[in-house]
Design a binder for this molecule. Structure first.
Ligand SMILES: CC(C)(COP(=O)(O)OP(=O)(O)OC[C@H]1O[C@@H](n2cnc3c(N)ncnc32)[C@H](O)[C@@H]1OP(=O)(O)O)[C@@H](O)C(=O)NCCC(=O)NCCS
Length: 183
């Protein structure tokens, strides 16, 4: 694919919004390498492959968010509408650069994503969190509280069964239902 084709494939790029010095928007195909570098700086996130990030920045751009400060990537959300449940937004990863944490950026990116046209029909959000990732639990609890939506969780991808023995169990977190968007 050439660049023009990649841009078309990424389709539905969300509206850009600004929050202080930080600009939020959908990624472009050229953002893949920067996203890969940002995730590498955000343990304990799984780094995945550069190819995976390239696909997120093209086919899944409408449901991903890149935050920039003075042009430099400082935040990232990858997500998709579940193929078997299009009313469910599955959040794959949230990454905020260490120097940008604690200022509400994680929550702002998730709110901006849920406000996009691509998420108009979304009634619930799902993600997975390992038992020890306190910042991630706090982020999604805050999101649920802010929307007045219930949050449930249960062990899902099990260490040694669905994941290698060295990988901690991922708990499936479900937030919703959200109130229906008036048409
Ligand atoms: C998890 C992460 C995305 C949070 O980003 P952030 O921009 O600092 O989060 P926010 O500032 O939006 O915080 C949202 C809420 O979570 C709370 N929170 C965030 N980090 C926290 C921490 N380390 N300990 C306790 N609470 C925390 C905040 O206090 C806030 O709640 P409040 O509004 O009631 O005060 C960031 O720490 C990160 O990138 N971690 C490494 C990657 C990772 O583990 N991602 C997990 C998701 S897949």
């Amino acid at each position: 694919m050439d660049t023009a084709e990649l841009k078309r494939a990424s389709g539905g790029l969300g509206q850009k919004t600004t929050a202080g010095q930080i600009t939020l928007g959908a990624p472009t195909p050229e953002d893949g390498p920067a996203v890969h570098a940002l995730i590498s700086a955000c343990p304990p996130l799984d780094q995945n492959s550069a190819y995976c990030n390239a696909l997120q920045c093209t086919h899944f751009a409408a449901t991903c968010v890149l935050a920039r400060r003075d042009g430099a990537p400082v935040g990232w959300v990858s997500a998709y509408l579940r193929p078997d449940s299009p009313e469910t937004l599955f959040v794959w990863q949230v990454a905020v650069a260490p120097e940008a944490r604690g200022a509400g950026l994680g929550l702002r990116m998730l709110d901006a994503l849920l406000a996009r046209e691509a998420c108009r029909g979304v009634r619930r959000l799902e993600t997975t969190i390992t038992g020890s990732n306190a910042p991630s639990w706090a982020l999604f609890r805050r999101l649920a509280e802010g929307r007045g939506a219930p949050m449930r969780h249960r062990p899902w991808l099990m260490e040694g069964a669905h994941l290698p023995p060295s990988a901690p169990t991922e708990h499936l977190v479900a937030i919703g239902p959200f109130p229906a968007t008036p048409s």
